[in-house]
Design a protein around this ligand. Structure first.
Ligand code: FE2
Length: 327
């Protein structure tokens, strides 16, 4: 029987990603073009222009790597949100034109749910508590009654954003630099530790770290204090979620899943509880097209494609807006 292939396009922030997966869960292509701002954070318009300029070559490379023709795909998926409006619209425009040109169904999908589902696919875990941490998102969730319910989330900036912003203002650049400097730190300073139930807040912590640095404290020690506090807070809410739901496994997804120290803390907590930690493989931790393609396939399996005229982007989309029809 012929295989089902789905094309996925990611463009929520700095990455233009094109993935091609099969219904059996094989990842045939995962092409990325990443926008790196010359200074500071992401400028949405500049980023979207970069993404648009890389789209044709990334698409061509994905089909070449996968060894299939465009006509062989069964469906096209794109990241509908959350993300930066201009970047989302770029990916959506590319996806719509591919779907219309090839006459294939179109599936707008949630970027956060895609991070979770690629993690489940590649680690084989079935019903975990999920910690999703990245530059733009921080939340703890689990599947209950057909939705990823948000048990807790950041009340202000994302954990990854906190670490990236500190690294940039300290002149060492974004992650993983702050964690690398932290390895040479010796002293832990008192830091604001803000956990409210399963919600967290990082903006005061960022300010405190910047203040310590401006007072002349050693950069390595400030990095150590900052990263240890951020990761402790994330570990605490993950443990609370496991205790509340009675689930014995945790899945770590998103760009911050690359952090060895965060993994170590979560691992220790899980083992102490007699549970197990699963971590998405590094290549699929950051934003990528394969995760969009895989979630596109899951939606495809449920049917219900979306007409091009209704395939809006949703910059503030939340993961609990999605009905998990495939599970
Ligand atoms: Fe992401």
């Amino acid at each position: 029987m012929a295989k089902t292939y789905v094309l996925g396009i990611e463009s929520t922030a700095h990455t233009f990603g094109v993935g091609i997966v099969s219904g059996e869960g094989e990842i045939l292509a995962n092409v990325r073009r990443i926008y790196k701002p010359s200074h500071g954070g992401i400028h949405p318009r500049e980023a979207s222009q970069f993404l648009a300029s890389k789209a044709p070559e990334a698409l061509a490379e994905a089909f070449k790597t996968a060894g299939i023709r465009p006509a062989d795909i069964a469906a096209v998926a794109f990241a509908q949100g959350p993300g930066l409006g201009p970047c989302l619209r770029t990916g959506a425009t590319v996806a719509r034109s591919v779907a219309l040109t090839l006459g294939k169904p179109l599936y707008p999908v949630n970027h956060g749910v895609a991070h979770i589902e690629i993690g489940k696919l590649l680690t084989g875990c079935s019903d975990p508590v999920v910690l999703y941490v990245a530059g733009g998102n921080t939340l703890i969730t689990t599947l209950a009654e057909k939705r990823y319910r948000i048990l807790g989330e950041t009340l202000d900036i994302a954990a990854g954003n906190c670490l990236d912003a500190f690294g940039i203002s300290a002149g060492i650049g974004p992650m993983p630099s702050p964690e690398e400097y932290a390895r040479r730190g010796r002293e832990l300073f008192d830091m604001p530790y803000r956990v409210k139930g399963m919600d967290v807040s990082f903006s005061g912590l960022l300010t405190a770290a910047e203040n310590l640095l401006s007072q002349g404290k050693p950069l390595e020690d400030v990095c150590l204090s900052l990263t240890e506090t951020v990761y402790s807070m994330l570990t605490e809410i993950t443990e609370r979620a496991m205790a509340m739901t009675g689930k014995d496994s945790a899945l770590l997804v998103g760009g911050l899943a690359r952090s060895m120290r965060l993994r170590e803390m979560l691992e220790t907590m899980c083992v102490d509880r007699g549970g197990k930690l699963y971590v998405v493989p590094e290549e699929f931790a950051g934003d990528n097209g394969a995760m969009i393609a895989w979630l596109g396939y899951l939606h495809y399996r449920c049917g219900r494609p979306v007409d091009v005229s209704e395939s809006y982007v949703k910059p503030r989309m939340r993961i609990d807006e999605v009905e998990v029809c495939w599970s």
